[in-house]
Design a protein around this ligand. Structure first.
Ligand code: GLP
Length: 251
């Protein structure tokens, strides 16, 4: 079962997420975070930067693993997840560069198999992900595990759906059609998972992931099988939810 916390809006959702990440950083000696990109976690990153600037948290012992990266674009491409993470977090806090891992979208094709295995080994070597933050695509994807991805999947090269590309690259005439993503099984190994969702456009995906059948057609539904998964959902994204987990809670 996925625990659900409904927050009134994006800001409140972000605050709760930042507190959870902050807590993890404070209580663990060498916290390992799994991190997402996209619009949804931007508020959370902004607050983490603020907590750092206010002296409340310190990233010097933190290790991060990003979920995914587009394949075929360089790290300094403005739409790469490397650029995103630099802009929103890495350049603004005292994370040491060698402790931040993001798949390299320029890995030669013939080396991808080994490269992905190495990415997984690094996760294990650092002790495994303590807290994985996730967003969800409107088609239910987590990371870049599109509908139909096996629940046993590991880090690998995947093809992106047109819907996903349209959402992220708009009408760019040269969108990357592939990505390297942590697998569903890789994600599920995190000790704790928090799914962040905000806005009406995520309503259907949230409902399917949290209350729908557990099926590879909705990769997010795998979270129902995790022993410690919580969805922090703002009111708009929670609109379709009817489960008893939330009906008694104040909004
Ligand atoms: C991308 C990322 C996902 C993210 C999803 C939702 O496809 N690979 O990790 O969760 O988009 O993004 P947004 O938060 O912008 O809706």
């Amino acid at each position: 079962m996925v625990k659900v916390e409904v927050k009134s809006n994006f800001e409140e959702m972000s605050k709760k997420a930042a507190r959870e990440v902050g807590k993890e950083i404070l209580v663990r000696q060498n916290p390992v975070l799994g991190l997402p990109t996209g619009e949804t976690p931007k508020g959370m990153y902004g607050l983490l930067v603020k907590y750092y600037e206010d002296g409340l948290i310190d990233f010097s012992n933190v290790t991060t693993f990003n979920l995914d990266e587009y394949y075929g674009i360089s790290k300094d491409h403005p739409k790469s997840f490397h650029s995103y993470m630099k802009r929103h977090l890495f350049e603004k806090v005292n994370l040491s560069r060698e402790n931040t891992y993001i798949p390299d979208g320029k890995t030669p094709r013939e080396e991808i198999g080994d490269y992905c295995k190495k990415y997984e080994k690094e996760i294990v070597r650092t002790g495994g992900v303590d807290l994985q933050i996730l967003g969800i695509g409107s088609n239910g994807h987590i990371g870049f595990n599109e509908p139909g991805s096996s629940f046993d999947s590991r880090t690998r090269l995947v093809e992106l759906t047109e819907e996903t590309l349209e959402n992220s690259f708009g009408d760019s005439n040269d969108p990357p059609g592939e990505a390297i993503t942590m697998g569903i099984s890789t994600i599920m190994e995190a000790r704790k998972i928090i799914l962040l969702t905000s806005g009406g456009r995520k309503k259907r995906a949230v409902k399917r992931a949290i209350e729908g059948p557990i099926t590879e057609e909705c990769p997010g539904s795998v979270l129902q099988l995790h022993p410690d998964a919580t969805a922090i959902v703002d009111e708009k994204a929670a609109e379709g939810l009817g489960s008893p987990q939330i009906s008694g809670l104040p909004k």
